[in-house]
Design a protein around this ligand. Structure first.
Ligand SMILES: [Zn+2]
Length: 131
């Protein structure tokens, strides 16, 4: 049994298409100038619909993290232990990723990360690597 994978919809399809090409994109609101993630049809800040897709350089900073020692469900058992982190990307949005690469000794709040892409069961997932 594989891990549960994200479902795509019309709002998120461009994001998954970009990820499949090894690109990280996010939405930027032209009305209030905020960036947001995950993708939605309206701006989470001003509720406007003037959203533009922009490409992220994939560089960010660890805002917080947790190490999962015991998998929450059987599907995640083979992966444990693994690290889940909230990353503040330099373009002003926050993503939850697994840290899948890099020197784990350097894992800390404020550590720099870059984005790497991992294919799982046909879906490319943006993930984090310690820079
Ligand atoms: Zn807005």
């Amino acid at each position: 049994m594989g891990i549960p994978l994200p479902k795509t919809n019309a709002d998120t399809q461009p994001y998954w298409d970009a990820a499949a090409e090894g690109r990280l994109i996010y939405q930027h609101c032209l009305t209030c100038n905020k960036s947001q993630f995950y993708p939605r049809s309206l701006c989470a800040t001003c509720h406007g619909g003037a959203l533009e897709w922009r490409e992220s350089q994939g560089q960010g900073t660890v805002a917080t993290f947790t190490e999962v020692l015991r998998a929450p469900t059987a599907a995640f058992k083979e992966l444990a232990p693994y690290v889940i982190a909230l990353i503040d990307l330099d373009e002003g949005f926050r993503m939850m990723v697994n840290i899948v690469e890099g020197d784990m000794e350097r894992l800390a709040i404020g550590a720099r990360t870059r984005t790497v892409f991992r294919e799982v069961d046909g879906i490319t997932l943006p993930q984090g690597a310690l820079a």
